[in-house]
Write a protein that binds this ligand. Structure first.
Ligand code: SAH
Length: 224
């Protein structure tokens, strides 16, 4: 099987299992080949529905969770999105495809080498023009480009960070995993037109930790 048909069968599986729900998210998955975002030694597993190591103790998320969170985020063309935890850049690429040229993705990663790898990965698809990659502590959000239409955190977060309230636009949506180091629930946060916040807790997930000021503090963390 070639890469296109392997990607097609992954997409068919994601549709059948209900992770991909809309045509636009399906289109994004058709255009963003996951094999461009995995390490060479994991190429043969690129289309399997599981997270894979990307170095520095971090992982590229499973395609099903990327699809699921993307659907929850209800991305529109032209959106300005803040993403915390760039990692491989796979989720970044999906979002970049969805917001098109008029939109903007600001993605923060604390490990410089990963941010640089993500940039190279995004370049392969020419999906870097509407993407701004920042190296820093995303647990504080990113004041400079606020407010955001959408916010996504792809690392386990101990509690809802303050910046979600202050940096999310009215009518905005944020999706993030909230919980302990062992297990989290996906939180969907919606701000209404008056700025009132509603939080809904969805499925259980397991992410690598958000490390930083409003994240977890790991005493034996070697990636600092
Ligand atoms: N969406 C990415 C997931 C990467 S894993 C992918 O599918 O490839 C989560 C990432 O969050 C890791 O790369 C980790 O280094 C990063 N991270 C952890 N704490 C962070 C923080 N405070 N600010 C920015 N990035 C952080």
């Amino acid at each position: 099987m070639n890469t296109v048909s392997k990607n097609m069968s992954l997409i068919n599986y994601l549709k059948k299992s209900g992770f991909i729900k809309t045509k636009k998210v399906e289109d994004a998955f058709l255009n963003v080949d996951r094999s461009l975002f995995v390490l060479p030694q994991h190429l043969d597993e690129a289309y399997e529905d599981k997270p894979l190591p990307i170095g520095f103790g971090q992982t590229i998320s499973a395609p099903s969770i990327v699809a699921y969170m993307t659907e929850l985020l209800e991305v529109d063309e032209g959106n300005k999105i803040l993403e915390i935890g760039t990692g491989s850049g796979y989720q970044t690429a999906i979002l970049s495809y969805l917001v098109k040229e008029r939109g903007l993705i600001i993605s923060i990663e604390r490990i410089r080498e990963l941010s640089e790898m993500a940039y190279k990965n995004l370049e392969k698809l020419s999906l870097y023009k509407n993407v701004k990659l920042i190296v820093g502590d995303g647990s504080l959000g990113y004041e400079e480009d606020k407010p955001y239409d959408r916010i996504i955190i792809t690392a386990a977060t101990p509690s809802i960070p303050n910046f979600i309230n202050t940096q999310l636009k009215n009518n905005g949506i944020a999706v993030l995993p909230i919980g302990t180091l062992d297990e989290q629930r996906l939180a969907i946060i919606k701000k209404d037109e008056f700025g009132k916040i509603e939080i809904h807790y969805d499925i259980s997930v397991i992410f690598v930790p958000l490390i930083g000021y409003y994240g977890f503090k790991l005493s034996n963390d070697k990636t600092n």
